[in-house]
Design a protein around this ligand. Structure first.
Ligand SMILES: C[S@@+](CC[C@H](N)C(=O)[O-])C[C@H]1O[C@@H](n2cnc3c(N)ncnc32)[C@H](O)[C@@H]1O
Length: 315
């Protein structure tokens, strides 16, 4: 099995359908990962369709390059952060576009590759950076942040109610170097109850990964930038989120941009002048089928939202 074959794309058929992929179209996969969704999009976009695949992780791009080689010139791959999606598309002469896909979070490739530090299943360097050339690692974060800041990150990004006890245990155990050190600190704070549905360190690992990679702030920047690249009425943005924090960012952005006036209900006349630029294709989140959830545990928490550009009204 090649490395590229290891990540099973979540809600693949729904993503291709959600993007309304058509032959000859131009699409951006902003999180190309192992290239699974990208391959599905390219299959549906032949002949003449093109895809720009972006990922901040050079290892993911290498996997995508291998997986997508047979599409030749129809694929362009670019290393970068999706918060820079506009600059990346412009520099590859890839504007405007018929659709943009975001499949958020980490891939199985990243979770399963030894040495990346994303998983509590192995004891290894506590890194967690998707792009190891950028920003502090999880070890640097846990060894330098104040107890108060760690508790805040674990509470906000992990939605972990025992955040203060965990932050206290982390600070008492410093310096932490490995995922095993972090697991022991968490277990010391909250116990090792094996009967729990999830591992006691799951939410702390999620929180630190989100913080290290600044996942939410990049998404906040990327969504409007992606919508600004859309070719016109009917061009779509599809987002697959894996936890409620990122889904909330998507939901709020789509709701705001599909609403004409944002003035408070008490305002007698509109003074904001805001005009909708999107139409919600999904009013409620779409979830994977029972069959997919049973087959692929990673799909269980997936939630998809879709919006499409609408024709701009004359002012
Ligand atoms: C869930 S995986 C995508 C898997 C892919 N759809 C597939 O079918 O193989 C998410 C990918 O997004 C990348 N990623 C996460 N945040 C990013 C960001 N801010 N900019 C660019 N890529 C990012 C990760 O490195 C990871 O490879």
């Amino acid at each position: 099995m090649t490395t590229a074959a290891r990540h099973e794309p979540v809600m693949l058929a729904e993503a291709v359908e959600g993007l309304n992929v058509r032959p000859g179209g131009r699409y951006v996969d902003a999180t190309v990962g192992g290239g699974g969704h990208a391959a599905g999009i390219l299959e549906a976009a032949t002949t003449g369709g093109r895809l720009l695949g972006i990922d901040r992780d050079p290892q993911a791009l290498a996997a995508a390059r291998e997986r997508l080689a047979r599409y030749g010139d129809a694929v362009v791959l670019a290393q970068g952060n999706y918060s820079q999606i506009a600059a990346l598309c412009h520099s590859h002469d890839f504007v405007p576009v018929d659709g943009v896909l975001f499949d958020l979070g980490v891939s199985s490739l990243q979770l399963d590759t030894p040495g990346r530090g994303f998983s509590f299943q192995r004891d290894e360097a506590l890194d967690m950076r998707m792009d190891r050339a950028s920003g502090p690692s999880a070890a640097e974060l846990v060894n330098s942040a104040s107890e108060h800041e760690l508790a805040r990150l674990i509470r906000e990004y992990g939605e972990e109610w025992r955040s203060r006890a965990i932050a206290r245990a982390i600070v008492a155990r410093r310096p932490l170097a490995t995922t095993g050190d972090l697991v022991s600190a968490v277990e010391q704070a909250v116990g090792r109850d094996r009967g729990r549905r999830i591992h006691p360190a799951t939410l702390t690992f999620q929180a630190l990964r989100i913080a290290v990679n600044q996942e939410l702030s990049h998404l906040v920047v990327a969504l409007p930038a992606a919508c600004g690249l859309l070719a016109g009425a009917g061009a779509r943005v599809v987002v697959i989120a894996f936890h409620s924090l990122e889904d909330r960012v998507v939901k709020e952005y789509f709701r705001r941009e599909s609403t004409d006036c944002l003035c408070p209900p008490s305002a007698p006349v509109c003074v904001c002048g805001h005009r909708a630029s999107l139409r919600l294709v999904t009013r409620r989140v779409r979830k994977p089928s029972e069959e997919e959830r049973a087959r692929n545990p990673r799909a269980r928490s997936a939630r998809m939202r879709i919006a499409e550009a609408i024709a701009r009204q004359a002012a």
